[in-house]
Design a protein around this ligand. Structure first.
Ligand code: PMP
Length: 426
């Protein structure tokens, strides 16, 4: 074996996300990553605008996280969590309870965002079982996205395309028109009316409302009004429906608040975290719930929460997550995110003037360019790489979610390259 990445083997044998094995799209071989730069095998350096899908909030090859991983490796990389516990899991849980909205104080550690959502759905079902109520369905927002496992797929927008293939196999859920008002538009009461109507009619069957607070990510990178979230929480209370906040993408500062729920000052009953939890180093996720939910489940007929993955509370991942949260808290992350927002605003302004572009949007360290039509993914990806940046468009969207440590010049370069890519006549 040589150090060279065998691209032919990759094409023939290695499945990539949402891709065909017979006609795989081109893949760029990355040799290493450090700070906000990916280094390709041919030596070309790319400024990374994606943070590996929201995850690497501190950038790559981060000293404090490397140290935490090395140190933990000397102790133990993994032990089963059944009947055993350890410092990394307890330390991480304490930090999560401390930094998440008050009232979420029970922590279930799993290994991916989708599983964190599965756990949340199971918590909600088991909670209502324990209350003797037949509430087994969920309501979610159109354009919502919550992961790729079966329970998670069942609460994704069925018309969004991603999971429509599985329609007949998925649990039947309720879907409600998504919020129409953007984050900074004046609030209008009718935005919440569809949810109110649906809950009024069906609340007796509904265990929980699941939503991505403030940012609908994979469903279009839309930033909706905080008042929607506040009123959704009130409706959940009124109709005896739990609220599950999926902050797998938005958690850990991305929107300018530590958690997006804080934009509306609400506390969900159940909260899902992942991605940035370990600074994007390891596969780890968490589902937190209130004491009310935990006590209900524990007093139900099963008496236990029916979930327990092999890699639950993996010490290596937990130790890195502890280091990542400590690093975040010790850094001026809020100032950094604000500054990124400002730099993105400057960089996106000229892009918004281009003919191909419908609009640009911005919230915290997330910048979005929505085109009138889907971009040619392969072509634009090649253009980006040629111009020294890593940006992965999706349909009509070209978006940036840089690490919080990115400097102004790199943000300006990312925006300038997007401008150049979209400025060509169609
Ligand atoms: N929920 C949201 C909001 C997400 O963005 C994602 C990941 N794209 C998931 C759930 C699923 O997480 P994972 O890919 O880690 O399973």
């Amino acid at each position: 074996m040589t150090d060279i990445i065998d691209l032919d083997y990759d094409r023939q044998h290695v499945w990539h996300p949402y891709t065909s094995m017979s006609e795989p799209l081109p893949c760029y071989p990355v040799a290493s990553a450090s700070g906000v730069r990916l280094k390709l095998e041919n030596g070309r350096e790319l400024i990374d605008g994606m943070s590996s899908w929201w995850a690497c909030i501190h950038g790559y090859n981060v000293k404090a996280l490397n140290q935490a991983a090395h140190q933990q490796l000397q102790q133990m990389s993994h032990v089963m969590f059944g009947g055993l516990t350890h410092k990394p899991a307890v330390d991480l849980s304490r930090r999560l309870v401390d930094i998440t909205p008050q009232g979420l104080d029970k922590v279930f550690l799993s290994d991916s965002g989708s599983v964190a959502v599965e756990v949340a759905l199971k918590m909600a079902i088991q909670y209502w079982q324990s209350q003797g109520k037949d509430k087994k369905h969920f309501v979610s927002l159109r354009r919502g996205y919550h992961g790729d496992t079966f329970g998670a797929m069942s609460v994704c927008d069925p018309d969004g395309g991603m999971h429509s293939l599985y329609e007949g196999f998925l649990a039947k859920q309720y879907f409600v028109t998504e919020p129409q008002l953007a984050f900074d538009q004046p609030w209008q009461a009718q935005d919440i009316a569809p949810l109110e109507e649906l809950l009024e009619q069906h609340h007796q069957h509904i265990a929980a409302l699941i939503l991505e607070p403030i940012v609908q990510g994979a469903g279009g990178m839309r930033f909706y009004h905080p008042e929607y979230l506040r009123q959704a929480k009130q409706l959940c209370e009124r109709f005896d429906v739990l609220l599950i906040a999926d902050e797998i993408a938005t958690g850990f500062g991305r929107t300018g608040k530590m958690f997006a729920c804080e934009h509306a000052n609400i506390v969900p009953d159940i909260l899902c975290l992942g991605k940035g939890l370990t600074g994007g180093y390891m596969s780890l996720a968490a589902t937190l719930c209130s004491d009310k939910v935990a006590q209900g489940i524990s007093q139900g007929s099963a008496g236990v929460l029916m979930h327990g993955p092999t890699f639950m509370g993996n010490p290596l991942a937990c130790a890195v997550a502890v280091a990542s949260i400590d690093l975040l808290l010790a850094s001026p992350w809020q100032q950094r995110v604000e500054n990124i927002a400002h730099q993105l605003q400057l960089g996106l302004a000229p892009i918004g003037q281009l003919e191909q572009v419908k609009e640009t949007r911005l919230l915290g360290a997330i910048g979005v360019v929505e085109c009138h039509e889907a971009v040619d993914m392969q072509q634009i990806q090649a253009f980006f790489v040629e111009h020294g940046v890593w940006i992965r468009p999706f349909g009509k969207l070209v978006y940036l979610m840089p690490a919080y440590v990115m400097n102004d010049a790199d943000i300006a370069t990312l925006c300038a390259v997007i401008y150049a890519a979209l400025n060509t006549p169609k």
